[in-house]
Ligand binder design. Structure first.
Ligand SMILES: [Zn+2]
Length: 188
C-alpha cells in the first residue's frame, strides 16, 4: 500500500501493491469519474508508478482541483520560490497544485478518434495526470519553468505518452497560454 501525496477530494490517494488506486467513498462521491479513471490509467504505466512512489514521501502534498472552466485539460502552477529551492531539504513540507478539467474532452458527434489519440474523457485525464505530474516532478527537483523546451522533459513526456498508448499527443507550449500546461491534439 502506498499513500501518495495526491490529495483528491481532501484525502490522500492510496494505491494497492499493484498500483490500483483505492478510492474512498468520499473520493468516489466528490470527484469526476474521468479524473479517477485517468489516474488509474496513468498509475498502470511504468512512468506513473515511478512518480507515485516518488511522491509517497510525506514532505509532499499535491492538491487536485477539478475545474470545468479551465481552458485546457490540466495545469500545474509553479510553486513559490521557497518551495523550489527547498528541493533537497526533505524536512520541509512542499505543497503543489494540479488543476484538471474532466469535462475538457468531447468527441464531436459522428467523429471517430484518431489512432494513438485520446478517445475518451478518461484518456484525456490520463494524459493530463501524466503531463501535470511530470511538471510537479520537475518542480520537486527544484527545476523552475519553462519545462517544455527541456530535452529531459520532452523525453520523459514521450515515454509516458507511449506507455499510455497515445504517442501522438504532444506536450508543449501554446502561445495563448504561456506556461500553462496545455495539451494539443494533432489533427484537431
Ligand atoms: Zn506543460
Amino acid at each position: 500500500m502506498i499513500v501518495c501525496a495526491i490529495v483528491l477530494a481532501g484525502e490522500r490517494v492510496r494505491f494497492d501493491g499493484g498500483f490500483n488506486p483505492q478510492f474512498t467513498d468520499n473520493q468516489m462521491r466528490n470527484s469526476a469519474e474521468a479524473t479517477r479513471a485517468g489516474l488509474a490509467k496513468w498509475a498502470a504505466t511504468e512512468h506513473g508508478r515511478k512518480l507515485i512512489e516518488f511522491f509517497g514521501a510525506r514532505e509532499f502534498e499535491i492538491r487536485v482541483i477539478e475545474d470545468a472552466d479551465e481552458r485546457g485539460a490540466g495545469r500545474a502552477p509553479q510553486p513559490g520560490l521557497a518551495t523550489l529551492v527547498a528541493a533537497n531539504d526533505h524536512a520541509r513540507p512542499k505543497t503543489y497544485e494540479v488543476i484538471l478539467n474532466p469535462t475538457y474532452f468531447k468527441l464531436p458527434a459522428g467523429m471517430a478518434p484518431l489512432p494513438n489519440q485520446p478517445a475518451t474523457a478518461a484518456d484525456v485525464m490520463a494524459i493530463a495526470w501524466a503531463g501535470e505530474m511530470l511538471h510537479i516532478y520537475f518542480y520537486a527537483q527544484g527545476i523552475s519553468l519553462p519545462h517544455h523546451p527541456r530535452s529531459d522533459f520532452q523525453e520523459e513526456w514521450q515515454t509516458v505518452a507511449a506507455e499510455l498508448g497515445m504517442p501522438a499527443v504532444r506536450h508543449d507550449d501554446d502561445d495563448a497560454l504561456p506556461h500553462a500546461a496545455r495539451l494539443r491534439f494533432i489533427g484537431r
